[in-house]
Design a protein around this ligand. Structure first.
Ligand SMILES: *[C@@H]1O[C@H](CO)[C@@H](O)[C@H](O)[C@H]1NC(C)=O
Ligand SMILES: *[C@@H]1O[C@H](CO)[C@@H](O)[C@H](O)[C@H]1NC(C)=O
Ligand SMILES: *[C@@H]1O[C@H](CO)[C@@H](O)[C@H](O)[C@H]1NC(C)=O
Ligand SMILES: *[C@@H]1O[C@H](CO)[C@@H](O)[C@H](O)[C@H]1NC(C)=O
Ligand SMILES: *[C@@H]1O[C@H](CO)[C@@H](O)[C@H](O)[C@H]1NC(C)=O
Ligand SMILES: *[C@@H]1O[C@H](CO)[C@@H](O)[C@H](O)[C@H]1NC(C)=O
Length: 319
């Protein structure tokens, strides 16, 4: 069996920057690159795998096996860290900033073997053994299948490939954690069921979760825009918007868990946060960052100091 160490942040949706920053011109070359290209553009080793889930989806799994800074002994066994993106994003969100502010590169440079998954339906996971990606059947999925099939397929592959059974797991965006404001609920129920509105809804959600221009590198917005939203099923959006009880019983998870949330995150109702936090059994660390909204956890100029440095410290303490 493998051991999970879980780092949750309460961010779900950073997509939908489209529209908000449409006037920006594309200047950064990463805008037109795929994940492997971005990784090697910054001088890091990249590996790309197609893995197949039990129900036939073919997922793009990416790896930065070691970093640039501490590459003195590349054959040494490195601890695995698996990064899982949130709704509407993809693995590209771990490598979208400059290397010194992107969690994927920072972990590789800190000596870890970094793996980045892509859930079904994202632009890097749009293949299936039998189904066409433009078919209704292909898109008939939601978080349940991601948790049941995508995650195990990725983790099993990594365990087989590396021989390591203890994996540190960083999850951005918690699906137990549903937006609960009346406004979201109205948008959710009135507009979102119609496919054509999904993009609009995600824009509205983005506007609602807010962003802090002072904490964003506005010169890189073209990169963030080019790679988000990364696609998911309508069913998934509906699932996410529903305001019923948690889908997963958090109290059954006994992994060491550290959490970060943003007080400025309008999608994260403080009451919901408290309920979720109280249900985490093995809670080793929590921090509320008062000026943080959703996208700061990925793109904030100070995210290294606010979050990533602490993630590495906590992982180090649990080796
Ligand atoms: C990414 O781009 C490289 C270079 O063009 C190509 O070899 C590779 O297959 C691409 N990967 C995907 C997933 O499209
Ligand atoms: C590099 O790591 C490998 C595997 O752990 C080890 O066998 C080898 O001695 C190391 N080499 C150096 C120069 O440290
Ligand atoms: C990353 O590097 C850029 C360019 O050298 C610098 O302006 C920025 O402050 C650095 N960010 C961090 C978090 O160290
Ligand atoms: C902001 O992005 C630009 C363009 O990629 C880069 O040259 C600059 O160093 C970045 N600034 C910081 C503070 O990271
Ligand atoms: C969650 O699991 C715990 C422990 O197995 C159990 O006591 C509790 O009743 C469950 N809660 C729900 C809502 O199913
Ligand atoms: C949960 O984890 C803790 C610490 O690793 C351990 O002491 C405890 O026995 C575990 N409980 C269960 C029910 O597995």
């Amino acid at each position: 069996m493998w051991y999970l160490f879980k780092v949750i942040t309460f961010i779900t949706n950073l997509g939908a920057i489209h529209g908000a920053f449409r006037y920006q011109r594309s200047v950064n070359p990463e805008t037109n690159m795929n994940i492997s290209q971005i990784i090697s553009y910054w001088g890091y080793p990249d590996e790309e795998y197609d893995i197949v889930t039990e129900d036939g989806y073919i997922l793009g799994l990416y790896r930065i096996p070691y970093g640039k800074i501490k590459s003195d002994n590349n054959s040494a066994q490195r601890r695995v860290v698996y990064l899982q993106h949130g709704l509407l994003t993809s693995a590209s969100s771990w490598i979208s900033n400059l290397p010194n502010n992107s969690l994927g590169f920072i972990l590789a440079d800190a000596g870890y073997d970094v793996w980045m998954g892509n859930s079904r339906g994202t632009i890097w996971s749009r293949k299936h053994l039998y189904l066409k990606s433009n078919s209704k059947e292909f898109w008939a999925f939601s978080f349940d299948e991601m948790a049941k099939y995508d995650l195990p397929a990725s983790i099993d592959f990594i365990v087989k490939q590396t021989g390591q059974e203890k994996i540190f797991y960083v999850l951005f965006g918690n699906k137990d954690f549903l937006p609960n404001s009346p406004f979201t609920r109205i948008i959710g129920s009135k507009l979102c069921p119609q496919k054509i509105f999904v993009k609009i809804c995600s824009r509205i959600l983005f506007m609602m979760c807010g962003y802090d221009q002072k904490n964003l590198n506005m010169s890189r917005v073209d990169v963030y825009m080019a790679h988000n939203p990364a696609g998911t099923s309508v069913q998934n959006i509906l699932h996410w918007i529903q305001t019923t009880a948690p889908l997963y019983n958090v109290t059954n998870m006994n992994v060491s868990t550290a959490t970060w949330n943003g007080a400025n995150d309008l999608l994260a109702d403080p009451e919901d946060v408290n309920i979720l936090l109280s249900e985490i059994r093995n809670h080793i660390y929590h921090k509320t960052i008062s000026h943080y909204s959703h996208i700061d956890f990925l793109f904030g100029l100070d995210v290294y100091h606010q979050v990533y440095r602490e993630i590495i410290d906590i992982i180090q303490d649990h080796l």
